[in-house]
Design a protein around this ligand. Structure first.
Ligand SMILES: Cc1cc2nc3c(=O)[nH]c(=O)nc-3n(C[C@H](O)[C@H](O)[C@H](O)COP(=O)(O)OP(=O)(O)OC[C@H]3O[C@@H](n4cnc5c(N)ncnc54)[C@H](O)[C@@H]3O)c2cc1C
Length: 427
């Protein structure tokens, strides 16, 4: 069997894997990215957060994005169940920086851009290569076994492997590490429309979140070529209450929000209807010896605030920095990644608290800000992705309106002790 040796292996070439591969390669590491699909490939997750700017800047992609045909996103707007539109929330009102404008992306093109960028930085990228097994030596991950679409099997060896396999969550599945969020269990049904209404001027590229009953909501995301991505997220029981057909479910919910109905009216539905379930989870561990998890392969959070691509880009970048340091120290044991896991969880927890507040029937962002106007900046920071700062005042005040969830206890690095080979979180 063919064998190849690298400094690091990245499984998955989505935003997390491509970012991790590019950062490691630009640090001079020999890195291989193994991607199952042939890019460009379809992916959901089209609305970026303003703070994506910073990892994208580090990757050297800002100019390419500025020159792209992706709609510019200056704001988020909310529409009540009665179809009333709130005043759009413009990011530039909060901070004056290029980052206050972001993009609605076609993931096929955006992910291709990221993967090409990793290639340009000298990462070896192998598409149509599916990782099937983690290889272990004395309990530590020391490589992977992969299969190409042609059917040939190759072994890749490296002191450290980064799992960036997205919601397939390769290591989480193999290791039995998936822990579902105790409360966030929505599903999504979505499709695309051509020729639907776009709001004028600055609001043309806005993300709209439009409510339906039972704390369900629609996303409405303008894309290039006059397309709109539109999907409904709600409890499974609510969406499947009287129908199984995705089209029937989707079209029934469209009638539950006048704004969505009116905006879609002149458009033509195109392509298939999609569904995804089992929304939010986090891995029990972020690392074992020789293996680090990142992006959705580590954790997935309900997409209401469009945090997934940001967390994937930031997570990929942070994983690459941690791996580079571990390689320099010649120590890739799980404990080395304890700080990485803690930091990753810190950002996810801030966003998770906001998501809980969003779904709490007693909570309203409007009423919250009327009582605590001084916390508007903190709230905005959280919403735009400035997640790695102290949010104690924000969530302390929020607790007066809604239950703020305690941080999940898991997500640290696996720590093996004599007699306890199943391990426990190191932090
Ligand atoms: C309904 C829905 C709506 C969303 N909306 C948004 C949004 O508006 N904004 C936002 O920021 N995020 C959104 N997200 C989240 C976003 O899609 C993800 O967070 C993001 O794609 C994570 O990037 P990633 O690199 O971790 O994983 P992915 O982008 O999924 O990439 C993983 C890659 O790994 C590859 N792979 C998997 N298994 C293997 C294997 N065994 N071997 C080799 N390769 C493998 C896959 O082919 C894939 O290319 C949404 C998610 C859902 C479900």
């Amino acid at each position: 069997m063919k064998q190849e040796r690298f400094d690091a292996i990245v499984i998955g070439g989505g935003p997390a894997g491509a970012a991790a591969g590019a950062v490691l390669a630009s640090k001079g590491r020999r890195v291989v990215i193994l991607e199952r699909e042939k890019f460009p490939r379809y992916h959901i997750g089209e609305s970026l957060l303003p703070y994506c700017y910073f990892p994208l800047e580090r990757l050297g992609l800002i100019e390419k994005l500025k020159a792209s045909h992706f709609p510019k996103k200056y704001s988020v707007q909310f529409v009540s169940t009665e179809g009333r539109l709130s005043v759009p929330f413009y990011f530039f009102q909060h901070f004056e920086h290029d980052a206050s404008m972001t993009w609605q992306v076609l993931r096929s093109e955006f992910d291709q851009m990221l993967l090409d960028n990793a290639r340009e930085k000298s990462a070896v990228v192998l598409e149509e290569t599916t990782v099937r097994e983690l290889l272990r030596t004395n309990g530590a991950v020391t490589g992977v076994q992969a299969v190409s679409t042609g059917g040939s099997s190759v072994q890749f060896h490296a002191p450290v492997t980064i799992d960036a396999t997205g919601r397939d969550a390769f290591a989480v599945g193999r290791n039995g590490w998936k822990v579902r969020d105790p409360y966030l269990n929505k599903i999504a049904v979505w499709t695309y429309y051509k020729g639907a209404v776009r709001d004028p001027g600055l609001d043309e590229g806005a993300t709209t979140v439009a409510f339906v009953p039972e704390k369900g909501w629609f996303w409405y995301i303008p894309l290039p070529e006059d397309m709109v991505s539109v999907g409904v997220v709600a409890e499974k029981e609510y969406l499947y209450r009287d129908a199984r057909e995705l089209e029937t479910i989707f079209q029934r919910e469209v009638k539950n929000n006048r704004w969505i109905e009116d905006h879609l009216a002149p458009g033509a539905q195109t392509g298939q209807y999609f569904v995804t379930g089992e929304f939010s989870y986090r891995s029990r561990y972020c690392a074992e010896d020789g293996l680090v998890l990142t992006g959705d392969a580590f954790s997935f959070l309900d997409p209401v605030f469009s945090s997934g691509v940001f967390l994937a880009l930031r997570g990929g970048e942070m994983a690459a920095d941690a791996v580079d340091e571990a390689l320099a120290a010649g120590d890739v044991r799980a404990e080395r990644f304890a700080d990485y896991g803690a930091r990753l969880c810190e950002g996810i927890e801030a966003m998770r608290k906001l998501v809980y507040a969003f779904y709490n029937p007693r909570f309203s962002f409007k009423e919250f800000l009327m009582e605590f106007p001084q916390l508007r900046g903190d709230l905005t920071d959280c919403l735009i992705g400035n997640l790695y700062r102290d949010f104690e005042p924000l969530f302390g005040a929020m607790a007066k309106f809604a239950d703020v969830p305690a941080p999940l206890p898991h997500g640290g690095a696996q720590k093996k002790e004599a007699g306890n080979l199943s391990g426990h979180a190191a932090d």
